[in-house]
Design a protein around this ligand. Structure first.
Ligand code: SF4
Length: 386
């Protein structure tokens, strides 16, 4: 990055004012009607910003509306149980976000009776709120002139400046944060509108692979566009390679209820309920996969050697005594850079005493449950156990 050449000189107060005027004008005509833009409620803005981390706008909208209906303000969220919060969040993924929201709500109520601080550094004291989220809340709710940098804006800024290299790293990040602040340095207000306009520009016009420069309101102030190859700037280095894992979910029944466990603090989906899972060595996954999940509606038995090995693994993982016998379905799902192939295996339990198993366990009737399930547990109950 040492050879990156940046000319900030062009961005004089006059140049910044012109840029802001055009962007704000464009944003007022093209802004999407999103539920968290209805007013300047810091609570709603905070929830939306946390949900939008790692998740697309279209996916977030129904979750946001359900969350606000269930927890309309920070007091309601602080008073909820963690299970209630996780249940409303279930399906959105990255559950640490929900737990941090809940902790931060309790902290806010305890410290300020639920009032949001207005300064970026104060907001950053709350769990789960980094520099970007703090600046987004402060600017949109309180019109604090604070620059933002997230996936869309870093691409836009990198192109405006024709900044070479990966905009997420080292010196490039520092330059882009400085640039984000510079856009607010002329002191003309409308900080929230400006930040939303910048993100909207990145989302609707300045897309990662095919920026629509001919429709861009600030094209004549954009160095990448002038260089004639806008898409070459603001791009990321390659994502890490996907790693494949094999798991088995053990489906153990008692009457109309199924054995489930709550994932503990060292596991993915902490706090959510799942069927007991075991990680399979690749050769065992291949051997189990030789069974067909169903032939003419009849489930196929597992090979004896596979069943015996699964029995050992269930005991080693959870001290769980059971006899796995049939493969009844397969699911594939992804977590961060892992793709998990999940084999769903019915097993017969032997004298299972929940109190003797490590962690939290329950016999659950899926149709009557009020527990937060993992999304795969929901898929199993909806697609395989019905
Ligand atoms: S001119 Fe093109 S590259 Fe530059 S900000 Fe607009 S859309 Fe992005």
């Amino acid at each position: 990055m040492a050879d990156t050449t940046i000319d900030f000189q062009e961005w004089t107060s006059h140049h910044v004012r012109r840029f802001r005027r055009r962007l704000l004008h464009w944003f007022s005509a093209h802004r999407r009607d999103l539920p968290w833009r209805k007013d300047r409620n810091p609570y709603a803005i905070w929830i939306s910003e946390i949900m939008l981390q790692q998740t697309q706008v279209a996916t977030v909208i129904p979750y946001f509306e359900r969350f606000l209906a269930r927890f309309p303000d920070v007091h309601a969220l602080a008073q909820a149980t963690e299970e209630d919060v996780l249940q409303v969040w279930a399906g959105l993924g990255y559950y640490r976000r929900a737990r941090q929201l809940h902790t931060a709500a309790k902290q806010l109520v305890a410290q300020t009776n639920g009032r949001f601080p207005q300064r970026v550094d104060q907001l950053q004291q709350l769990p789960g709120i980094g520099r970007y989220t703090a600046a987004a809340i402060a600017s949109q709710a309180f019109d604090v002139p604070a620059g933002i940098l997230e996936a869309n804006t870093q691409r836009v800024y990198a192109r405006l400046l024709a900044l070479e290299g990966d905009p997420r790293r080292g010196l490039a990040q520092r330059i882009l944060w400085q640039f984000a602040e510079r856009l607010h340095a002329v002191g003309e207000g409308k900080a929230g509108e400006l930040n939303q306009g910048l993100m909207e520009l990145g989302s609707l016009i300045c897309s990662p692979t095919s920026p629509a420069c001919t429709r861009c309101p600030v094209a004549d102030q954009c160095s990448a566009q002038r260089n004639g190859d806008a898409a070459a700037y603001g791009t990321f280095s390659r994502r890490p390679r996907v790693t494949e894992l094999h798991h088995a979910a053990l489906l153990i029944r008692r009457g109309n209820r199924w054995l489930m466990r709550q994932n503990d603090a060292h596991q993915w989906w902490t706090g959510l309920w799942d069927f007991p899972r075991i990680e399979l060595p690749a050769e065992l996954a291949t051997a189990a996969g030789r069974s067909s999940p169903s032939v003419k509606g009849r489930h196929q038995p597992l090979p004896a050697d596979v069943a015996a090995k699964l029995q050992e693994l269930a005991h080693a993982s959870y001290t769980l005594s059971c006899r796995p016998h049939h493969l009844v379905g397969r699911l594939t799902h992804s977590v961060t850079r892992f793709r998990i192939r999940l084999q769903c295996i019915v097993a017969e339990g032997h004298r299972i005493r929940l109190a003797h198993l490590p962690g939290q366990w329950k016999w659950v009737e899926p149709s009557a449950h009020s527990l937060p399930f993992t999304s795969t547990a929901r898929r199993i109950t909806q697609q395989i156990l019905t």
